[in-house]
Design a protein around this ligand. Structure first.
Ligand code: MCA
Ligand code: AMP
Length: 495
């Protein structure tokens, strides 16, 4: 089966049902299907063939959905780009994915496009209007790549995770069954569609269930309560930072929101048990925490019916196998920490054109997640941290190595080490330790970072030190880098 066939199934009998609210636009399923078909005709006319890549650099909007559905029907590989990325980060993805075109509202530099065409979404929609509202989808096998989603690698450069139709299909079918999502639901989605949380869970659960989606351009904590009270959702997918923000809702609003909701889901970063408890008291709901990765979509989930245990990510989803392994790949007993290995139909096909990285990520058919954790005697998994020093800031991943490399390319910086510091709202924020080559202008350095790094990668502060603590092998001992307010030279930047 392919995704077009799954979506077609859920469309049956629902062509006139309300499907999507996005800003002040409203669409039925039939209207969306026609828009996607017209877009597919246009993309084909513009020369896109099965297997070609199309990059989409857009904030959440109906055109993202048109383009995704068109790609799915054509067998074109959809490559979303984080809207917060700057030229340096976009260039890397374009160079690696080699798309025929990049769809963007912003003008992108020739150096960024590297030969790819630049298409504006409004022009595409206008031109697509002349085509028929029906498109015979390509008869694709389930193993056909549907999307390449870039995920920052420990080496600093993002790698493209190739996700197949089957990966998305299995993920959607699992979540529908395990979270009991039906066409009666109303899904409020504040998450970006350029990551798999928004795309794989949000968009696919919506289309596979035929429920009503209100898609927000982005989460705005000042408008969140209003959105809830106005839309009256039954299901909500979010990251922990969003739940922290929601706790600021007035008690009466929280009670009203909670009384209409069926399911709050959290993922992408650890949900602090205190937030779980506070939320339960204020909203009357136990947030359901689940665990996933770009490379695997969803692996585990707390039960819909049964105990939702704080500080755990629940049990493996149907068809997903999980192991806790020691450094030699040997299984460990319950309660003992090790690296989590995953196998199942949810696991990606490999990194795009990167055989070496793909081979390194698998051991005898098991994907090595790099996440450290353990299993309780009754089968609940807990994630304790990462093998690598990944920082998760507001649900966005930040790889210290990428920022360190960038800082060390700056003429004033001799050495850099970036660490994650706990933050009550964002979970963690990056802080940079620097060894300067001489007098250093931290304002100018911050400006340079802002120009070239996505905002969530921006170090919250710079701390200038004489030297970085290193072990006998010369490796920086990051655990000794704990920000101290008495540090000699330090600049704090709000991001
Ligand atoms: C944040 N900003 C955005 C967006 N999100 N801009 C445009 N579109 C967005 N979607 C910018 C803001 O403009 C601002 O920039 C800065 O980020 C911080 O915004 P702030 O108002 O302080 O936001 P907040 O209330 O703290 O909330 C941040 C957030 C955001 C909405 C929670 O972090 C977010 O959307 N996180 C979700 C990330 C996600 O979907 N991750 C899934 C990865 P400036 O500072 O320049 O004004 S997939 C994954 O991890 C796996 C598979 C999994 O398990 O799900
Ligand atoms: P990404 O690379 O954006 O796909 O992020 C995936 C990573 O997010 C995982 O490998 C985990 O480290 C982390 N993650 C996702 N969900 C959770 C969760 N519920 N608890 C802890 N960490 C999580």
């Amino acid at each position: 089966m392919n995704l077009s066939q799954l979506f077609e199934l859920s469309l049956r009998g629902r062509r006139d049902s309300p499907a999507l609210e996005s800003g002040d636009q409203r669409f039925t399923f039939g209207e969306l299907a026609a828009r996607a078909a017209k877009m597919a005709h246009l993309l084909r006319q513009r020369g896109l063939q099965p297997g070609d890549r199309l990059c989409v650099y857009l904030a959440n909007c109906v055109e993202v959905i048109d383009l995704y559905l068109a790609c799915v029907q054509l067998g074109v590989i959809y490559v979303p780009i984080n809207i917060l990325y700057r030229d340096r980060e976009i260039s890397h993805i374009v160079a690696d994915a080699e798309p025929k075109a990049v769809v963007s509202r912003q003008v992108l530099d020739k150096a960024v496009l590297q030969g790819a065409l630049l298409w504006r979404p409004d022009e595409l929609v206008a031109e697509a209007a002349k085509f028929p509202g029906h498109f015979p989808a390509e008869p694709l096998e389930g193993d056909t790549p549907a999307a390449i989603v870039y995920t920052s690698g420990t080496t600093g450069a993002a790698k493209g995770a190739v996700l197949t139709h089957n990966n998305f299909l299995v993920n959607a079918v699992n979540l529908l069954a395990c979270w009991q999502i039906t066409d009666k639901d109303r899904l409020l989605l504040p998450l970006p569609l350029f990551h798999v949380h928004g795309l794989g869970n949000g968009l696919h659960c919506w289309l596979a269930s035929g429920c009503l989606l209100r898609l927000l351009e982005r989460f705005d904590h000042q408008r969140a309560v209003e959105e809830f009270l106005d839309f009256e959702p039954t299901v909500f997918f979010a990251v922990p930072t969003i739940y922290v923000r929601l706790l600021m809702a007035p008690q009466e609003a929280a009670r009203r929101i909670g009384s209409r909701m069926r399911l709050f889901v959290s993922g992408s970063a650890p949900l602090p048990p205190q937030i779980f408890e506070d939320f339960q008291i204020r909203f009357g709901h136990a947030i359901l925490e689940r665990y996933g990765m770009t490379e695997t979509l969803m692996n585990t989930s707390n039960p819909y019916v049964g105990e939702r245990r704080p500080a755990t990510v629940g049990i493996p989803l149907p068809g997903v196998s999980l192991r806790v392994c020691d450094p030699n790949g040997k299984d460990l007993p319950p309660q003992v920490s090790g690296e989590l290995y995953v196998r199942g139909p949810n696991v990606f096909a490999g990194y795009w054109r990167n055989r070496e990285a793909t081979a390194a990520a698998f051991q005898e058919g098991w994907f090595r997640t790099g996440d450290m954790g353990f299993r309780s005697a009754d089968g609940y998994y807990t994630i304790e941290g990462r093998k690598s020093d990944l920082i998760i800031c507001g649900g966005f991943n930040v790889y210290p190595r990428e920022i360190e490399d960038f800082l060390e390319q700056q003429p004033q910086v001799a050495e850099a080490a970036v660490v994650g510091v706990a933050d009550p709202v964002k979970g963690e924020v990056p802080v940079a330790y620097l060894v300067a080559r001489g007098p250093i202008n931290l304002e100018a350095l911050a400006q340079e970072c802002r120009r070239h790094l996505a905002s969530f990668k921006m170090p919250r502060s710079f701390i200038v030190v004489e030297r970085l603590p290193r072990n006998a092998l010369g490796k920086v001992q990051k655990h000794l880098l704990v920000p101290d307010p008495a540090q000699a030279e330090r600049k704090v930047f709000r991001s």
